[in-house]
Design a binder for this molecule. Structure first.
Ligand code: DC
Length: 232
């Protein structure tokens, strides 16, 4: 196996609902690279805590779960991605608002963030990794070859989230979503440890008004310019 240092890495960081999950997944697919959805790990810690009946403020209990929890990211025989926690399928639960809110709470604890560092770095494997989160380019993979900081206006992010929820058949109120997005942005950018901020060498990419295909094409063009893969 190639040493981890030679594995090319693209980090895609940005605020909630900036589309980074969708973009990271599409870029990983286009290149046939591995994908790290780091937010899912924070969500899984919150879910594991809820499943064990842990006190939501008990840092030690959550740190222990972050170290010990058994997590699998799989693609099932029909081609759908599945997330397993202790062997249980939690694919739906992990994307719930409840898990997202829980993740945002546990993510402010330095000891918990430390407990997840090695788990995240272990995703770097040949032929390459696309890592999506808040601190991928600043803390987890500071030597990544390409760092993208994806933004979109708060209004556009609320509208995207609204459409996403409506398409899933969930009730959603645009004003409530705008407020929640603003609250989560504030918590993610103002926390003391690994706050959401672009790495000094990140490329800022504002996706307001751009299609998913346009943003993916831009990220791939940046990777190609930097020679992250052989052009066949
Ligand atoms: O990207 P997401 O919505 O799945 O993330 C859920 C929460 O986890 C988000 O509010 C902030 C936190 N998070 C983090 O602090 N660091 C990361 N690398 C990824 C997510």
């Amino acid at each position: 196996m190639m040493p981890a240092a030679s594995v090319p890495i693209i980090t895609i960081d940005g605020p909630s609902s900036s589309g980074k999950g969708t973009i990271a997944r599409a870029v990983a697919r286009a290149l046939d690279w591995h994908l790290l959805d780091s937010g899912a790990l924070y969500r899984l810690v919150a879910l594991a805590g809820q499943g064990r009946g842990a006190n939501p403020d008990d840092i030690d209990a959550h740190v222990m779960l972050a170290r010990a929890m058994r997590v699998e990211f799989l693609t099932d025989s029909a081609g759908y991605e599945r997330v397993l926690l202790e062997g249980q399928d939690v694919t739906g639960a992990v994307r719930s608002e409840q898990a997202g809110q829980g993740a945002s709470r546990v993510a402010v604890w330095p000891a918990l963030r430390d407990a997840l560092v090695e788990r995240q770095r272990a995703f770097a494997a040949p032929p390459g990794l696309v890592a999506d989160g808040r601190d991928m380019g600043t803390v987890i993979f500071p030597a990544a070859e390409l760092k993208v900081f994806l933004t979109a206006s708060a209004d556009e992010r609320a509208t995207r989230r609204h459409k996403q929820l409506i398409s899933k058949g969930s009730a959603a109120n645009l004003a409530d979503l705008s407020r929640e997005i603003a609250e989560r942005d504030h918590r993610d950018t103002s926390r003391a440890v690994a706050p959401l901020k672009p790495a000094s060498d990140a490329v800022m990419l504002d996706s307001t008004g751009l299609s998913i295909q346009q943003v993916v094409a831009r990220v791939l063009a940046l990777g190609r310019e930097r020679g992250l893969w052989q052009v066949g």
